[in-house]
Design a protein around this ligand. Sequence first.
Ligand SMILES: O=C(O)CCC(=O)C(=O)O
Ligand SMILES: [Fe+2]
Length: 172
Amino acid sequence: MRTVCLGWHWLPYRYARTAEDVNGARVAAFPPWLAELGRAAVADAYGDAGAGAGYTPDAALVNFYDGAARMGMHQDREERSDAPVVSLSLGDTCVFRFGNTEDRGRPYTDVELASGDLFVFGGPSRYAFHGVTKVLEGSAGPASGMRAGRLNLTLRDTGLGGGSESGERSGA
Ligand SMILES: O=C(O)CCC(=O)C(=O)O
Ligand SMILES: [Fe+2]
C-alpha cells in the first residue's frame, strides 16, 4: 500500500506539515472541494444538515491498494478532535472490516466497499477498530476511471487548527 497526505502528513501517533518520514517535502494543500464533499457526506450520513455544515476536515490520507494490499485492524486516533472521519473508496471493491471500540477482535462486520462508496465513522463508531482484509482485484468497472487497484481517501479533522488550506499558507 502507498499513502499520500493532503493538508497534514500522518505519522504514527501524530500529524506534521512535512513528510518527515518520507522525503521531508511540504504537504500539499487540502483542497476546499474535498472539505465540501466531506460536509455533504456527514450531512447525508447523519441526516442532519447542521452536522454537515459544522464539519471542517483539514487532512486527507490517500491510500492506494494493489490486489495484494491489506490494512490491519486499527483505530484512527491521532486526531485531537472527535469529529467524524469520512472514507471514500474508488476503483476495486474491498472487504472492509468494521469492528468494535474495545479491541481488534469480534464483534465485527465485514462490508464490501465499492467504487463511489462513502463510509462515515462518527458518534459511537468514531473510534471503532477497522481494517481492510481483501481487495477484489479487477472488480472495478471502467466507469471508476482506474485501470487497477483501489484508492481510499479518509478525511479527518486533526484538531490542530491553522485552516484547511494551510498546507500552503502556514509558516514552516
Ligand atoms: O482503506 C480503507 O477503507 C480504510 C483506510 C483506513 O482505515 C485509514 O486510512 O486509516
Ligand atoms: Fe483507519
